[in-house]
Design a protein around this ligand. Structure first.
Ligand SMILES: [Zn+2]
Ligand SMILES: [Zn+2]
Length: 504
């Protein structure tokens, strides 16, 4: 089984190198191909036309059946008759091992035209009753067929083409891509030249040029597990991580990048995949040891989300992404203790000030290097109210003046704030979604949206817990469990209750 991983997209120029011999096939129009055998050398792909903006829509959730998607649209079709509503299918059916799997979901959407139109309608709909404000996402609608010609140069060959496929001719044949971003949209974003195995495809679509890598699932996983985590961690943990990564591919392919022409991207958004540089021997071992193993919940492969440190309790899927959340993302303590109601202000504060015997509490289970250097379980940040106002304006584009209060309107079961009012000296600004809250309140990125705030004479103090969205497996908690001798199956059963590890 192979997967298509997006390495670059929406680019004007893509450069790289073919190393070790490739058969290169260039499609020049609907039925003409140019074949170049045994090719090596540097290449450049340059878009011939400037990118079009494309068509956009608002997605109001991801649902498990067409009727439940229709149900989301029903109140809007009555109250807002001028909206262009539709239901789209995303995901796909897979053959894997001896079985067939189906990860399809149905999107209730509102067609909008430009991205700006979609964003202004999103702001309006978030305030409407019967619409889940956390589920609203702007999505691109374009089809993924190669649509425009681009300039392709390889050594002394140069042509205008619609699509290029470079197929490796030997086992150790690789290709290199320059300037591949890592950590898109995060403060740690950087660009690297990375090497890959498998087939390289280049094509041009609405947003610009795209580079896609097609390779066997197990080869991809060797790099992914290494890109997400280190190679010197307990085997039971690395094996749990390998099973999660394999399940994530089967559960999310053609969902997050439905209009982009590939199954998953190569970054934090889907799963980090940084090519052969991350395939250390010790990392390949957990992938080999769990070959073909996936997590199943009923008939569906588990969308095995994970985050660095939950902070005490795991979060529900729908609290973070809205829509219809799978039942295996139950709210559970990350350890054997009873937790109070963290959705309330008092409950959240009490829990943050306590030291629960959580698997991700480093006072009880010290973190491995390099995470032991960072405060991930409990943390504090201080801001001057004036400066926080300026920062929020920079990050969100909306000015509210000096910050007088941070008022949570809704918290999830893990204590994460889902809707926050920033009360300013000039006006109140409402921020929806844990990720937007984390981005708005920090020059880089707050560790999580699980925090309480205290206004003192000249500062606002944030006291918080956890790193990441908190849905699914807690990586540092699972690592501590593995170190204490817990098996891979028991670790997975804690974070994805009622699911089972099966060999496909
Ligand atoms: Zn992605
Ligand atoms: Zn945890």
């Amino acid at each position: 089984m192979t997967v298509d991983i997006g390495l670059l997209w929406d680019e004007e120029t893509i450069t790289g190198e073919l190393l070790g011999g490739h058969a290169v096939q260039c499609r020049t129009d609907c039925c003409r191909y140019l074949n170049l055998a045994h090719t090596t050398g540097r290449f450049t792909a340059r878009a011939a036309t400037s990118p079009r903006e494309g068509r956009f829509a608002l997605r109001l959730g991801e649902m498990f059946s067409p009727p439940s998607a229709e149900q989301v649209l029903a109140p809007l079709s009555e109250s807002r008759r001028n909206l262009d509503l539709d239901v789209l299918e995303a995901g796909k059916r897979w053959e894997f091992g001896g079985g067939a799997y189906d990860n399809r979901v149905w999107w209730p959407i509102v067609k909008c035209g430009s991205r700006a139109d979609a964003e202004s309608l999103a702001a309006e709909l978030r305030e409407q009753p019967h619409v889940d404000p956390l589920a609203i996402t702007v999505v691109r609608l374009d089809d993924t067929e190669p649509s425009a010609q681009f300039e392709f140069t390889l050594g002394d060959f140069s042509a205008r083409v619609l699509e290029v496929r470079a197929v490796p001719l030997a086992r150790d044949t690789i290709f290199r891509l320059n300037d591949v971003p890592i950590g898109r949209g995060f403060h740690w974003q950087r660009k690297e030249a990375l090497d890959y195995r498998g087939v390289l495809s280049l094509f041009s679509s609405a947003g610009g040029l795209t580079a896609v890598n097609r390779l066997p699932l197990e080869t991809y996983l060797k790099s992914t597990v290494g890109s997400e985590m280190r190679s010197d961690l307990p085997a039971a943990f690395s094996q749990a991580q390998a099973i999660c990564a394999r399940s994530t591919v089967l559960a999310t392919a053609n969902r997050h990048h439905r209009a982009d022409g590939f199954d998953l991207c190569n970054d934090d958004h889907c799963q980090c995949y940084q090519g052969i540089q991350r395939e250390a021997g010790a990392v390949a071992e957990p992938v080999r040891a769990t070959a073909g193993q996936i997590l199943l919940f009923g008939e569906r492969v588990v969308d095995a989300r994970y985050a660095k440190a939950c902070g005490g309790l795991s979060e529900r899927y729908e609290a973070v992404w809205g829509g219809e959340g799978p039942a295996y993302f139950a709210v559970r303590p990350c350890g054997d203790f009873a937790a109070s109601d963290l959705a309330s202000e008092d409950g959240a504060r009490l829990f943050l000030e306590s030291a629960p015997p959580s698997w991700c509490n480093p006072a009880l289970h010290p973190y491995p290097d390099p995470w032991d250097k960072e405060p991930l379980f409990r943390w504090q940040f201080r801001f001057a109210p004036e400066k926080l106002g300026t920062l929020i304006e920079e990050k969100t584009g909306s000015a509210g003046g000096r910050v007088k209060e941070l008022r949570p309107l809704r918290r999830g079961a893990s204590g994460r704030i889902l809707v926050l009012d920033v009360v300013g000296s000039e006006r109140t600004l409402r921020v929806y979604g844990e990720l937007n809250i984390r981005r708005a309140l920090s020059p880089s990125h707050l560790p999580s949206s699980f925090f309480v705030s205290d206004l003192r004479a000249d500062e606002i103090l944030l006291t918080g817990g956890g790193w990441g969205h908190g849905v699914g497996l807690c990586q540092l908690g699972a690592c501590a469990m593995a170190k204490a001798g817990t098996s891979t199956e028991t670790i997975l059963a804690r974070y994805y209750p009622e699911s089972a590890v099966v060999t496909a």
